[in-house]
Design a protein around this ligand. Structure first.
Ligand SMILES: Nc1ncnc2c1ncn2[C@@H]1O[C@H](COP(=O)(O)OP(=O)(O)O)[C@@H](O)[C@H]1O
Ligand SMILES: [Mg+2]
Length: 319
């Protein structure tokens, strides 16, 4: 209002001065043209003022649009022309966005800590199962074997045989559980072998035609990258088994220039990705994203209802 009033006052003053000069110089008839010029000037000045005053609103709108399309770094640019109130709205919005970004970063760090604590715990339990429980069960089997040789009666023999069978099953289960929690094959033979193992297990669990294509990756992947990709594959495959009703499942691992790419695709019923991520019913997609972010990678979830699903994890390699 101050700017508009000031500008109009300026116009009125110049018009008055103009008319005064016209009187003194005694030039009749030019009053009309002076009025015309003054009115035109008034129009131009007012339009310019309104334009300048409302420009910062465009900036606000532009920032909002960039935020909506996922540009989290968008901020309202400072403007010396902005009206004080509008400038304050912009500053408040920027403050809020900064705080939101900080919270998000904290959430990220927390998620990373939870994920790595969970992995360590799993590895510990897996080691314990493998080194302690499985060893004890093996010893039990050996003792039963010896007892069977020493036993002389048929009913006792039969009972020992049953016990050995049960102990064998328990041993199998403990080994499998240990492996699911932390696949040693990942440490010993690498990601490709671990993915093959995962595929075999999936074939046993579900009526799925699982196909694995892995290229030799030289030099071997860093352990953190291999572990992250393995967990992503595990989670993605779990989703395929649980949700997709697919018949075919493809797991591909390849090196593509300076990055490694893991792709898991199914020919199942697909889903609306944006809706699922907003709803966040489970932790699967979320934890896959967090895991890949921890190794500076990127996760693409490509799916549409009725059109199968492809999950692509891309991780840059240092050298
Ligand atoms: N391969 C897939 N095929 C069909 N739907 C899927 C697939 N993967 C994920 N979804 C959908 O996305 C949702 C979110 O998955 P996720 O975050 O892993 O949570 P959860 O598996 O616990 O439901 C699932 O509930 C499911 O509807
Ligand atoms: Mg899931």
């Amino acid at each position: 209002m101050g700017k508009v009033a000031g500008a109009n006052l300026l116009i009125v003053v110049s018009a008055v001065v103009g008319v005064g000069m016209e009187r003194r110089m005694n030039m009749p008839g030019s009053a009309v043209s002076i009025l015309g010029v003054a009115l035109a000037l008034s129009l131009i000045v007012n339009l310019a003022l309104v334009y300048v005053a409302l420009r910062p609103l465009d900036d606000l709108e532009d920032t909002a649009r960039r935020l909506a399309t996922g540009d989290d770094g968008a901020r309202v640019p400072p403007s010396i022309l902005a009206d004080r109130d509008i400038a304050r709205v912009g500053e408040t919005l920027n403050d809020l966005l900064d705080r939101l970004a900080e919270d998000r970063a904290r959430e990220r760090r927390l998620a990373a800590q939870v994920i790595s604590a969970q992995d360590e715990e799993r590895a510990r339990v897996a080691r314990e199962l493998h080194d302690s429980t499985a060893q004890i069960l093996t010893a039990v089997m050996l003792q039963l074997h010896a007892a069977a040789r020493e036993s002389t009666t048929d009913p006792l023999n039969a009972r020992i045989a049953t016990l050995r069978e049960l102990a064998g099953e328990a041993l199998e289960e403990v080994r499998s559980l240990s492996h699911t929690m932390h696949p040693r094959v990942l440490d010993d033979l690498g990601l490709a072998a671990a993915l093959e193992w995962l595929a075999r297990q999936t074939r046993d669990q579900a009526p799925l035609d699982v196909h694995v294509a892995t290229a030799e990756i030289e030099p071997p992947l860093p352990a953190t990258v291999a572990a992250a990709l393995y967990r992503i594959a595990q989670e993605a495959i779990r989703n395929v088994v649980r949700h997709s009703q697919a018949r075919h499942l493809d797991v591909r691992l390849r090196r593509d220039g300076k990055q490694v790419v893991l792709e898991i695709s199914d020919d199942g019923r697909g889903f609306d990705v944006a809706r699922a991520e907003q709803r966040r019913p489970g932790m699967g997609l979320f934890s896959m994203r967090e895991r890949v972010t921890l190794v500076n990678g990127r996760l693409d979830v490509r799916s549409r209802p009725g059109d199968g699903t492809t999950i692509v994890a891309t991780v840059p390699l240092g050298t």
